[in-house]
Design a protein around this ligand. Structure first.
Ligand SMILES: Cc1cc2nc3c(=O)[nH]c(=O)nc-3n(C[C@H](O)[C@H](O)[C@H](O)COP(=O)(O)O)c2cc1C
Length: 179
């Protein structure tokens, strides 16, 4: 993200889940959602949340079952709203790491759009796996886009330590400016 990109129109698109999650118990705001809000406050980007029409069960174990089935079948769960990414130059794409993959609903969103010429900055929350190979998956799915170096933040850090999370976001933005 060279300096003139900071002048471009920016959007944060994210997927995030509330209720029971790994290592954090029941939460009312998802880990990725928290990172997204900090990122938006640091960059002035607009926000858009990818929301599946059918929400996941509140219990972690039941959510796992559904998500696993979706991954196995390479499903494309229907999503509620959409946004014109055509109106933006730089898109931050945020998601939780689900078994080294993006939640399938993120692919539903990706496949609705033309990514040619867009700049994508991916970020994820996780509980140990980091970004895995998700940057590469995004590069394959978003034909013609330039994918910048991603950021990974532990979900429990996002949930419990706002100062550390904001610092990680600021450090990442500085790295992107040099790319
Ligand atoms: C279906 C599912 C699969 C997950 N798989 C992994 C995983 O493979 N590696 C990992 O580090 N964390 C995994 N997690 C933990 C999430 O990545 C982590 O809790 C994340 O911060 C959740 O973000 P959210 O609150 O924005 O949804 C998984 C969570 C769920 C619900």
């Amino acid at each position: 993200m060279n300096p003139n990109v900071t002048e471009k129109k920016k959007l944060v698109v994210f997927f995030s889940r509330t209720d029971e999650n790994y290592g954090v118990g029941y939460i009312t705001k998802g880990n990725t959602h928290i990172v997204t809000e900090i990122l938006a406050s640091e960059t002035g980007a607009d926000l858009f949340q990818i929301e599946p029409v059918e929400s996941y069960p509140a219990e972690y174990d039941r959510c796992i079952e559904i998500a696993q089935q979706e991954k196995r079948t390479n499903a494309r769960p229907k999503i509620k709203e959409d946004i014109r990414i055509e109106d933006y130059d730089l898109i931050f794409l945020g998601y939780p790491n689900w078994w080294s993959e993006l939640p399938m609903a993120v692919y539903t969103f990706i496949e609705k759009h033309d990514w040619n010429g867009k700049i994508i900055a991916p970020f994820c929350t996780h509980e140990g796996s980091g970004l895995s190979a998700t940057e590469r998956h995004i590069q394959s799915a978003c034909k013609g886009a330039k994918v910048l170096r991603g950021m990974a933040i532990q979900g429990s850090t996002a949930q419990h330590d706002t100062i550390a999370t904001r610092k990680a976001v600021q450090t990442w933005i500085d790295i992107l400016r040099q790319q």
